[in-house]
Design a protein around this ligand. Structure first.
Ligand code: HAM
Length: 423
């Protein structure tokens, strides 16, 4: 399991906040499903998938109920939809941690964060376009330039079944060319063979049947409208007929975003698609659904690789240096915070030198220095610690009447955020 410490935590927070703003602006509202629920909910992700069979953290709780930590959010969101029966279309977004027992490596963790959206109760292909474009323009807004959108359709339920059978018999006829592991995959989930990365299997994959030949007219029409919509919105995509995705619930549109700046093994920074059968599988009425999840950890790696997302800065306006008994620092930090400024101090006193070192380290824009002389004069010393647009025009050091300090600083301070894009 992973700890996220500052400054990574600041970048992560900023990214999630931006995603929240983007989703809200498109009419999505937040849903917060539980981290842990009945195992049966997550088994709907696909009994033949690695996520369920090999990677799930599952155990028996004190009541003897089989439960699991969520490996993804979609199953829990759809379970919540079935349970609460909200008005449709139900447009929701989420941000949260998921757990998969994978082999940890850069970009692949056992606890990882996703942000995403789901929409239940609308069949319109223009919704697929809205959902895909939301993710695409989110990547663009945070400055990622090297992202590829891979797009495919798996057809409707019956198309997918017929296609899967055809793919299975194709690979069955080429058993000799398949590895042990692929033979096992052939038994469990033949479609997954299509995205096998094994070099030796490339030619047998290339000659496999194509989904396009199995699409019903309505599935083909849906997909055509999705492509036309993406074209209209200027979202570039690449059709990838071998994109089957790692979860079983997908029908019709599927997509994945890859970051070209990352290593191929961990370059999927998000994915999603339609899952029109999932609500029914979870005990609800047949309901159309679509959504995506983006991997926060991987987006941050991609942003780092591309050199976007600014360096996190301190969010501190003021550090109070108190050379008396500490009561000045106690009162001034309180007053500054009440006025909407951010302020910190050192506890346990210390020499001027030691306190100024803490002030420098804190990253604050100003130090407010109070000693016995200042107290006697009902004033404080305001020292500019850093050059910044917020401190422009301020002299390096000045004496300010104690009674005017808070108002003076409040007027100076513009909005501060933890991460400021490079100016
Ligand atoms: P997924 O493809 O399993 O789909 O995961 C989505 C994204 O989560 C991946 O593209 C990746 O960026 C990130 N991710 C997955 N596993 C890890 C890991 N071990 N470490 C770091 N990042 C990881 C889903 O989860 C579906 N629920 C997406 C969806 C939503 N489909 C429809 N609605």
């Amino acid at each position: 399991m992973r700890d996220v410490l500052w400054p990574d935590s600041a970048r992560r927070r900023d990214l999630v906040d931006r995603f929240v703003a983007t989703s809200r602006a498109a009419g999505y509202r937040e849903v917060v499903p539980p981290l842990l629920e009945d195992l049966g909910v997550f088994e709907r992700v696909g009994e033949a998938t690695d996520v369920v069979t090999k990677e799930m953290y599952e155990f028996t709780d004190r009541d003897g109920t089989r439960v699991a930590l969520r490996p993804e959010m979609t199953a829990g969101v759809v379970r919540a939809f079935v349970q609460h029966k909200p008005l449709t279309p139900w447009k929701v977004f989420y941000a949260g941690t998921n757990f998969r027992h994978e082999r940890p490596q850069k970009g692949r963790y056992r606890s990882f964060d996703q942000v995403g959206v789901e929409v239940l109760g609308a069949d319109d292909p223009d919704l697929d376009v809205e959902v895909i474009a939301l993710a695409w323009y989110f990547f663009e807004a945070i400055g990622l330039r090297q992202v590829t959108l891979l797009l495919n359709t798996l057809g409707e339920h019956d198309d997918r079944v017929r296609y899967s059978e055809a793919v299975a018999s194709h690979f069955d006829a080429h058993r000799a060319e398949l590895s042990e592991a692929s033979l096992a995959t052939l038994e469990r989930n033949p479609l997954r063979l299509l995205d096998s990365k094994r070099r030796e299997e490339r030619s047998v994959i290339e000659t496999a049947p194509k989904i396009a030949e199995f699409l019903s007219p309505s599935a083909a029409e849906h997909f055509a409208r999705v492509k036309a919509g993406l074209d209209a919105l200027g979202v570039p995509y690449r059709i990838d007929e071998r994109l089957v995705r790692g979860l079983d619930y997908y029908r019709r549109t599927t997509f994945e975003f890859t970051a070209d700046a990352l290593d191929a093994a961990q370059n999927a920074i998000g994915g999603g698609g339609r899952y029109d059968g999932l609500a029914e599988d979870l005990g609800g009425k047949p309901t159309d659904g679509i959504g995506f999840a983006l991997g926060v950890d991987r987006i941050l790696l991609a942003a780092e690789a591309e050199g976007v997302l600014g360096e996190p800065e301190s969010n501190l306006d003021v550090f109070v240096v108190d050379l008396t008994d500490g009561s000045q620092a106690r009162d001034i930090t309180h007053e500054l915070r009440a006025a909407g400024l951010s302020a910190d101090r050192r506890f346990g006193g210390g020499s001027m030198k030691a306190q100024m070192r803490s002030a420098d380290r804190s990253g604050a824009l100003y130090a407010v220095i109070v000693g016995e002389d200042e107290v006697a004069a009902a004033a404080v010393t305001l020292r500019r610690l850093r050059d910044h647009s917020d401190t422009a025009g301020d002299s390096a050091q000045q004496s300010v009447p104690r009674s005017e300090l808070v108002a003076r600083l409040a007027a100076r301070s513009s909005e501060t955020s933890q991460v400021r894009p490079d100016e």
